[in-house]
Design a protein around this ligand. Structure first.
Ligand code: TRP
Ligand code: SF4
Length: 405
């Protein structure tokens, strides 16, 4: 563990390339809603990331930006607790992306698993052998580092990107965090903590540097993170001094892995826009009913009198998400003995999905009727994001020697 535990900010983004569906809700949004109560959360529309793949279809992005924000709000993301913003409205991301690109070894970006995969994919109708797409993970690193986010909730596919963010941050701090007279400046910074906290800091630092006490390090990190009244540069020195190195200008984030349970689509494959098997978050109730009623079941269960095997049935995967133990047992018994039909089995699921979506439809309505409300929520989020982004960039520019003006 390094700086991370001390960093209370959560940041995550989503590409606006389609309407959100139940897979997004259970895989990502439910988690965002929980996190917003515990952390300072920033969630953003990654429209530039969408452009790296959809540069020939900008209308797709345009259509989905606001709808996606409405889907977030419908899911219970609360603009009072979390800041919602759009990447391209915080142009500082682009400047940091450029600056980080200077120190990012080509081998790192070429090695990212998703990159090789996507560029070489035969069935991919898009030409992804572009400069922009190669830089995808560097842009993502800029997104994260510009807010000095400690936690980045993502799915497993994004973990290599967060890992690369950590490497870039480490490299940046290594190259630019070495100021002349660092130790003296850190000692001066300690005095600014006040007598009591300075004493605690010194004791904790000693416990860590002399005895390797991890807990002491974490406590000290938290102590520094809590200091609101000392200059940012000093905070970075105090973090860096704990671990012995130089100033930590860009703290390393950590991935918060979201639940891996897979939402089955109505054809039994993973629910995904590209398979056309989704149930969208604000899907019309009749359509939800129809889609689940006609959903793929255990192929061996042809007739009502044939017993089935829930473990071979995607409908049962839905029960794993929506039903309690008792109802799952009812499905197992009824299915394997042909005691229930597939329609019986699906009925409680239809009800559960509709019940889950009811409050979403209600929350969404006010935003659908009043798009200006959505825009003002996003404007406010963009402003807050820009303030933070600007202050990080100032430090980055100074560290890189770009503050001659
Ligand atoms: N690459 C992410 C995805 O496809 C989206 C994203 C862009 C992101 N920037 C980010 C996620 C920063 C977390 C943090 O899902
Ligand atoms: Fe699937 Fe349920 Fe039909 Fe069994 S009864 S095959 S679990 S839908």
């Amino acid at each position: 563990m390094s700086l991370i535990a001390a960093q209370k900010r959560v940041l995550s983004g989503m590409r606006p390339t389609g309407r959100l569906h139940l897979g997004h809700y259970h895989g990502v949004l439910k988690n965002w809603v929980t996190l917003q109560h515990e952390y300072d959360c920033m969630f953003f529309v990654a429209d530039w990331h969408a452009l790296t793949t959809h540069y020939e279809e900008p209308e797709v992005i345009q259509d989905n930006v606001w709808q996606m924000v409405i889907d977030w709000l419908a899911s219970g993301v609360n603009p009072g607790s979390a800041s919602l913003f759009i990447q391209s409205r915080v142009p500082e991301h682009a400047e940091l992306h450029l600056l980080l690109s200077m120190i990012t070894p080509l081998g790192w970006v070429e090695r990212v698993p998703s990159y090789k995969d996507m560029v070489s994919k035969q069935h991919n109708e898009r030409d992804l052998a572009t400069y922009g797409f190669l830089g995808y993970p560097v842009l993502q690193s800029a997104d994260i580092l510009i807010y000095r986010a400690g936690n980045v909730p993502v799915g497993a596919d994004q973990v290599p990107h967060v890992e690369m963010t950590r490497e870039i941050a480490r490299r940046f701090n290594h190259i630019y965090g070495r100021e002349p007279g660092f130790a003296e400046m850190a000692e001066e910074a300690i005095k600014k903590l006040g007598r009591k906290n300075a004493k605690i800091y010194r004791e904790l630092r000693r416990d860590y540097t002399e005895q390797g006490n991890q807990e002491a390090l974490e406590t000290a990190m938290a102590l520094v993170a809590d200091q609101q009244n000392i200059p940012l540069g000093d905070r970075d020195r105090l973090f860096g001094y704990l671990e012995g190195g130089g100033k930590v200008i860009l703290p390393e984030p950590q991935a918060l892995l979201t639940d891996a349970s897979v939402m089955p689509g109505i054809d039994g494959q993973k629910m995904s826009k590209s398979y056309g098997n989704t149930i969208s978050l604000r899907e019309d109730p009749d359509s939800v009913d129809k889609k689940i009623r006609t959903m793929t079941t255990d192929p061996a269960r042809v007739r009502r009198t044939d017993p089935g095997d829930p473990e071979k049935c995607p409908v049962f995967d839905l029960h794993k998400i929506y039903s309690d133990d008792e109802r799952r047992q009812w499905v197992k018994d009824g299915c394997t003995s042909a005691g229930i039909g597939c329609i019986d089995c699906k009925k409680p699921l239809i009800e559960a999905v509709l019940e889950e979506q009811q409050p979403m439809r209600e929350r969404a309505r006010q935003y659908e009727e009043n798009p200006d409300l959505v825009k003002s929520i996003v404007s406010e989020g963009c402003e807050k994001a820009r303030t933070i982004a600007k202050s990080t960039l100032e430090e980055v520019r100074a560290a890189m020697g770009l503050d001659y003006r």
